[in-house]
Design a protein around this ligand. Structure first.
Ligand SMILES: Cc1cc2nc3c(=O)[nH]c(=O)nc-3n(C[C@H](O)[C@H](O)[C@H](O)COP(=O)(O)O)c2cc1C
Length: 198
């Protein structure tokens, strides 16, 4: 059984990103890629980490333990003024290779309009250097999020098209999760000469 952590990067309580995160968590269970006890949601809106370098050791310990146990991540970011959410960037300042090295992650951009791609590009270019998180080529963009992925009925063609794509991307992520276990076991991450990436 694979272990997944879904991270909702929105700093807003009751965010659409968290709703999408819960939808994805449930799909992982329904698709039998995981089960309820091996699949959790970190909601940075309802349980926020303080802005680094302030600390909440108890909360961070909980998140770090869950990330260490994960075989794969789903990283969800709203688009805010064309950027990835600051709560997510803050988490990536705290998280290191101890928690994330050589684990696959599926990126999900969320927008109430037609955005959602900029934060994916941003995270692909800047968030993995030292922690060695591996973003897979599949990615998801939930546009017009307010009307998408609600319990029945499916409201339009975009909603109808997105749901099987989410299932497909989660299946691909599952294959990476299995395959990259070999890489995690093989790479010596204790070599201090290469502690940080270039
Ligand atoms: C400060 C702020 C800036 C935003 N900027 C953008 C943007 O640049 N592009 C966009 O598509 N949506 C933008 N939105 C709208 C979000 O897409 C919308 O709030 C959506 O629900 C995702 O955010 P949430 O997960 O916090 O709900 C912005 C929202 C906020 C609060």
């Amino acid at each position: 059984m694979l272990n997944f952590v879904v991270i909702s990067g929105s700093g807003r309580p009751q965010s659409e990103s968290a709703r999408v995160g819960e939808y994805i968590r449930q799909r992982l269970i329904d698709l039998q890629l995981s089960d309820d006890s091996n699949c959790s949601l970190i909601d940075l809106g309802t349980s926020p980490l303080p802005l680094w370098p302030e600390r909440n050791d108890g909360l961070w310990h909980d998140y770090a333990t869950r990330l260490q146990a994960a075989n794969a991540l789903i990283v969800i970011t709203p688009e805010w003024h064309g950027m990835a959410s600051p709560a997510l960037k803050n988490l990536f300042i705290l998280a290191s290779k101890e928690e994330l090295a050589h684990k696959p992650a599926l990126l999900v951009g969320v927008s109430s309009g037609l955005g959602g791609s900029y934060p994916i590009s941003e995270l692909r270019s800047s968030s993995f250097k030292n922690n060695r998180l591996c973003y897979i080529p599949e990615q998801l963009i939930v546009r017009h999020v307010n009307s998408m992925l609600h319990p029945d009925p499916v409201i339009d063609d975009n909603d109808r098209r997105l749901r099987p794509r989410i299932d497909y991307a989660l299946g691909v992520l599952g294959h990476y999760a299995t395959a990259l276990r070999t890489v995690q076991a093989a790479v010596d991450m204790s070599n201090s000469e290469f502690a940080n990436g270039m």
